[in-house]
Design a protein around this ligand. Sequence first.
Ligand code: ZN
Length: 125
Amino acid sequence: MKINAIDKRISQLFKLLGSAFRIRLLYSIGYGEVCVCHLEAVLRKRQAYISQHLMLLRDTGILEARREGKYIFYRVSDPTIFDLLREAAIIQSIPTQDLPEPAGPGILSNCACPKCEPDSNANQN
Ligand SMILES: [Zn+2]
């Protein structure tokens, strides 16, 4: 691979990470899998706004999407990205114990996705 192409590929990734909201989005998905309505409940932003960022991250391969019924679930394609974010935090002198754990989205009472309400999913089928 030519050095110019390498520089360009790396800068593409940093460009995608050059958004505080997208970093928050990645930590909210973590090592788990999550639908838009779930992120809406967690991040308290409009669905259109969240979807716009999800699409960008999916189109550039940062996220993978999977359809399950009427829901589309997103997950991080390569969790190594959390190591990169951790290194970035260290460079920024952020105490690593202050970093969020990218564990996964968890279960919410104000989300009706099949992961938060398994019963509602059973009724659909
Ligand atoms: Zn949910």
